[in-house]
Design a protein around this ligand. Structure first.
Ligand SMILES: [Zn+2]
Length: 476
């Protein structure tokens, strides 16, 4: 890119709200059901069917607005956005154009601040399925509640775009607003991007890129589009305002439709639906239901439990993991050791997308106590947790079938030490004449001598004692 130019990004994010029922009817919103099994005259757009707003969707929109520091409007209402396509049986989509529920927010992040223009509620369209064998429409998704979060064009780096999307997903998961699954389409990111001259306040013509299905694609699409627009400008041509797609295979964006076709939505007010009137007292009640957000939780972990920032990040970045960590601490207050075992041993088996960390918490706490008292070796934790988490075997059964306990019997350990020292007189002499490095060799030999696991602290003490007693003596 020309060094006098800079990119400006805005994001439009559609998040499916986690309500049980659709936005205007009582059909289920459950993902993955049999095609066209969750439908009724309202979400199929039959003439005369009367929609009624799902209040749960309003509450979730209030929460989203509140998290993003928006003004929650006391009055908002619905409009019809006309477009004719088979995934929208009414011939229009019910959305909020003129009076959205939330406006003027912001989110402060490490890489900068993202300003929110608006959040509005709207219904999802049906899903069109086209592949080599079939071409059909599944109306289960028609009428599922969405919020659209529209940022200002205020994002000047890929890092900030990424941080914003990641944080939004995590915060929405924490507040049970949206499950944030990009791969299932319940969280969809559209991007608008333009190039402008540095120091100029005038934005260039923007292109929109639709339906980015992962954060990786978002970042690649930004690169590809910046490259394309710089080329256009370099050749002295103008960027056209249009909607584009992103091809994962070629890594390039391509034109979908231009500005002319995008016009003509012919918004009109939907008088079938009452406006949403929210009193402050109600808004405040809903705001109080919002749980602690990841950033605050991270600070809490650092301040209250003295956990380092890197570990705190790992714990909060997965809601299920942080809930599990909290649950453990309620049963046993050793945050340092518990966080250490979760992060370094348990998490390697845990899929990032889990909704709940399925492990017997009492067994886990008992395991933590065994580690704390040095009854087992940390190096065996990976195996034990594999059986506990992946195989769902109880701690008792794991110990019945394996030899993980450490021997702390001093007499027994002393016998082993003495016999090792007697068998390695040369080494012992070397140690006596000042070669301290050989200490590790003795430790190793002692451990090899028995199929039991020796308590290393006790072993070390006894070995030191015995070597000291003999120091200076020459053994012939
Ligand atoms: Zn329905």
């Amino acid at each position: 890119m020309d060094e006098n130019l800079e990119m400006v990004i805005g994001l439009e994010i559609h998040a499916e709200l986690q309500t049980e029922e659709k936005l205007f009817c009582s059909c289920s919103t459950k993902f993955g059901a049999k095609e066209n099994s969750q439908i009724c005259p309202i979400c199929l757009g039959y003439p005369g069917a009367l929609p009624k707003v799902n209040e749960d969707a309003i509450d979730l929109a209030i929460k989203a607005g509140s998290i993003l520091n928006c003004i929650i409007n006391n009055y908002s209402d619905f409009d019809r956005k006309s477009y004719f396509y088979r995934d929208l049986p009414k011939g229009f989509q019910i959305t909020q154009m003129k009076n959205p529920i939330c406006e003027n927010g912001y989110l402060e992040l490490d890489n900068g601040t993202v300003y929110i223009n608006r959040i509005h509620i709207e219904e999802d369209a049906a899903k069109t399925i086209i592949n080599s064998n079939e071409n059909k429409v599944d109306f289960n998704r028609a009428g599922v509640p969405l919020i659209e979060i529209v940022t200002e064009p205020c994002i000047y780096s890929k890092e900030l775009a990424k941080e914003f999307v990641e944080n939004l997903i995590l915060m929405f998961k924490y507040a049970d607003i949206c499950n944030g699954k990009l791969e299932e389409g319940s969280f969809r990111v559209d991007l608008n991007i333009s190039l402008k001259e540095k120091n100029s306040k005038i934005l260039g013509t923007r292109a929109e890129i639709k339906n980015l299905s992962s954060i990786k694609s978002l970042l690649k699409a930004i690169d590809a589009e910046v490259e394309r627009q710089s080329q256009v400008l370099f050749l002295g041509e103008s960027v056209i305002q249009e909607t584009r797609g992103f091809n994962e295979k070629t890594g390039k964006t391509y034109s979908l439709r231009n500005k002319e076709n995008a016009l003509g939505y012919r918004y009109i007010k939907d008088y079938n639906l009452n406006p949403i009137i929210l009193e402050e007292i109600y808004i405040n009640k809903i705001k109080k239901e919002i749980p602690i957000m990841p950033k605050e939780k991270k600070n809490f972990y650092i301040e209250k439990y003295n956990i380092n920032s890197k570990y705190a990040d790992i714990l909060i970045n997965n809601k299920a993991v942080s809930i599990f960590f909290d649950d453990c601490l309620e049963k046993y207050a050793n945050p340092k050791l518990i966080s250490n075992v979760i992060i370094n041993y348990l998490l390697k088996y845990v899929n990032n997308n889990i909704e709940k960390l399925e492990i017997n918490i009492d067994d886990f706490i008992n395991l933590i106590k065994l580690v704390e008292n040095e009854n087992i070796k940390k190096s065996d934790l990976s195996d034990i947790l594999f059986y506990m988490y992946n195989e769902k075997i109880s701690l008792d059964d794991i110990f019945k079938n394996n030899n993980y306990f450490i021997s702390s019997n001093e007499d027994e350990i002393r016998q082993i030490v003495l016999s090792v020292l007697n068998e390695n007189l040369n080494a012992k002499n070397q140690y006596s004449s000042g070669n301290n490095k050989i200490f590790g060799f003795f430790m190793g030999e002692c451990n090899k001598k028995t199929n039991k696991k020796l308590n290393s602290k006790i072993l070390k003490n006894i070995l030191e004692e015995e070597l000291k007693d003999n120091k200076g003596e020459t053994i012939i």
